[in-house]
Design a protein around this ligand. Structure first.
Ligand code: DAK
Length: 254
């Protein structure tokens, strides 16, 4: 099951399937996709944290027992559902933060990779062990791991299926920071982000998502255009006026 808890403008989404180390079956992944869709459209939610219930796992992957019975068409549908959840985390117009406790393997690591920012507990263990099952990462792992850690690191990890601990994950850039309790760190940053202009955050996320693909010159032109347009927002006026008046800004999202 998926728990959604609001704390002011931040939202904590918890994947809670303790009997299987929070591994994702169809019901859990569908529920996660549906909750993420709602949060993407909900303007009162300004930052989203994704975590796994309990101490042992963020998400131990796609449910292997379920996957073992799939035929080609069913596997493609299963892949598409995971991709949809990942794209929502990656493109929803607000920051998404993975708070990784324990195992984040296979589809679990891929969901974390789809988030904008990743924080890990010292207990975190991350990797793409699909190769050991005779399959490949199917929810973005062959693409996003390379975007986050570089192609050489990504190829080593997906080819070998090697699991890395929190310290190595930090060293290779797979996570942004390691801290216990990891939820405190995620909440602190989510609260900070929720206090910033949601318009600026949305536009920065859109532009940053283009940084590693497409035409560089076009992407820079899009940045220039967007930079100009943001000057029509109340938040831009408020931010710059507050600086001049030596006070804290109050962003309305308009
Ligand atoms: N699926 C189903 N059940 C799982 C599971 C998983 N991924 N991971 C753990 N469990 C279940 C165990 O079966 C066990 O259940 P019972 O046997 O007690 O009923 C329970 O959780 C506790 O696990 P263990 O007894 O094994 O606990 P340990 O502490 O000894 O070990 C572990 C924890 C996480 C190291 C171990 O459970 C493990 O290795 N789990 C599998 C990890 C893994 O390989 N994850 C990657 C899954 S593959 C695609 C779409 C998606 C994907 C690929 C392609 N397309 C359609 C293209 C994604 C693939 C994956 O995510």
């Amino acid at each position: 099951m998926i728990k959604v808890e609001r704390e002011a403008a931040t939202v904590l989404v918890t994947i809670d399937r303790p009997e299987a180390m929070n591994a994702l079956d169809v019901a859990t992944l569908t529920e996660l996709r549906d909750r993420l869709r709602e949060l993407a459209a909900d303007e009162s939610a300004r930052a989203v944290i994704l975590t796994g219930a309990g101490e042992k796992a963020f998400v131990a992957g796609a449910d292997i027992k379920y996957m073992s019975g799939l035929d080609v068409e069913q596997a493609k549908e299963w892949g598409a559902l995971g991709h949809e959840a990942g794209r929502l985390l990656e493109t929803m117009p607000k920051p998404t933060i993975a708070a990784i406790n324990g195992f984040a393997l296979g589809g679990g690591c891929e969901l974390a990779l789809a988030c904008d920012i990743r924080y890990a507990a010292t207990s975190a263990k991350l990797g793409q062990p699909e190769v050991n099952l005779g399959i490949i990462p199917g929810w973005g792992g062959t693409q996003r791991l390379a975007r986050v850690c570089g192609l050489g690191v990504a190829k080593e990890l997906i080819f070998t299926g090697r699991i890395v601990g929190a310290d190595e994950a930090l060293r290779i850039g797979l996570v942004n920071a390691v801290q216990d309790p990891v939820l405190d760190k995620a909440r602190e940053v989510a609260t900070l982000l929720a206090s910033k202009s949601p318009i600026a955050l949305r536009l920065m996320k859109e532009l940053a998502n283009r940084a590693l693909g497409g035409d560089h010159a076009e992407n820079l032109a899009a940045e220039g255009e967007t930079f100009g347009e943001i000057f029509s927002s109340e938040d831009a006026k408020e931010g710059m006026t507050a600086f001049v008046e030596k006070r804290e800004p109050r962003f309305s999202g308009r």
